[in-house]
Design a binder for this molecule. Sequence first.
Ligand SMILES: Cc1ncc(COP(=O)(O)O)c(C=O)c1O
Length: 426
Amino acid sequence: MSTAWTSRYALRAKNIKSSAIRELLKITQKPEIISFAGGLPAPEVFPTERFQEACNKVLEKQSRLALQYGATEGYEPLREMIARHTVRYGVKAKPENVLLTSGSQQALDLIGKLFINPGDRVLVEAPTYLGALQAFNVYGAEYVCVPSDNDGLRTDQLESSLRLGPKFMYVLPNFQNPGGTTLAEGRRHELVLLADRYGIPIIEDDPYGQLRYEGEHLPPLILLDRENLRRDDGYSIGNVIYLSTFSKTLAPGLRLGWIVAPAEVIAKLVQLKQGADLHTSTFVQMVAYEVARDNFLDEHIKLIRKVYGERRNVMLEALDEYFPPEVTWTRPQGGLFLWVTLPEGMDCHQLFEAAIKENVAFVAGDSFYAANGFAEEGRRHFRLNFSNAPPGQIREGIRRLGVAIQSQRRKLHPEDERPVDQHVFD
Ligand SMILES: Cc1ncc(COP(=O)(O)O)c(C=O)c1O
């Protein structure tokens, strides 16, 4: 007799959906499609030779360590390197404040496991990173959503949500995914002060902070929390847990990220990680360390900033040229994404169908909202990635999207007689 597997799934597995983006990647891998969907880095900038040298070095000199089980906390020299890097930003982290994870995605899962009981509220931005929602949903999170604008999360609307007593708030201050927006400096101060006043911890997710193409670096929340509150409690880190990753600066295939947190929280996360995967690949950590060391990573990030900064500019210029004036978009100062707002009545899913016919793809906006109350709002947006496609394809892809938008526009306004391929909008 064959087993009825579905009847045996645990409650937490029953309501889980596949990530809209992971599903989309199946469509967008077709060669004829120009995809602005995934958050993929440009493969041309992967430092392949440096990786090759690092692999050889690790295998020649330290293979017995690299191929063996390792400590759950992570490869010590890499922990130290991350702690030094964190100190550079003013946060007094020590290696015991650092846990290496299998990507930031695992960090989000471990945080969900550590903090969320079924029915607990988590405060998130609307919109927010859908991978975080996927991670937290498994643990039965309910959400309190705070809207954002061009300056990031609306701190003026935060207090009433904090009064609802969320377990923690999850925020992306730099070049937000999906919005592309950056939390303004004044709002950063307000956020840490309000979080402290209401006793709500902050999870600061910062995969893109180093990828800034214009403007000045802004202080992370983990630093402002220390400075503003003049904490003198013996801990080097207070109310903020900080996450970052090598995915966007070295290579996402490494699956290597990290958590900076108070040592007591790290110790608890270590126990949970043991149950998940014992430890992140020793070999990968050692290779990443060899690649990053001697200033290589800093130099490499300069190259990435140049390449992605140019691609962002190409996309912004193409949007100006090919999109009608009633469509608007954010102007990110860094990161990988920008966020498009459609005019009243235009629906991003219908637009997606039209876009696929033109061989171009994006991610529909409603995937990025935690609460059903935002479903309608979500359908007026979509996310575009500008890091993955080369400049020529970015221009062509935006031109095709312009055609798809024009076809939707004509459905909405059949009296508009202009031809579908007319790209000068007035
Ligand atoms: C905001 C945010 N957090 C976490 C992640 C996961 O990154 P990683 O590849 O390190 O798992 C991503 C990936 O795109 C992201 O955008």
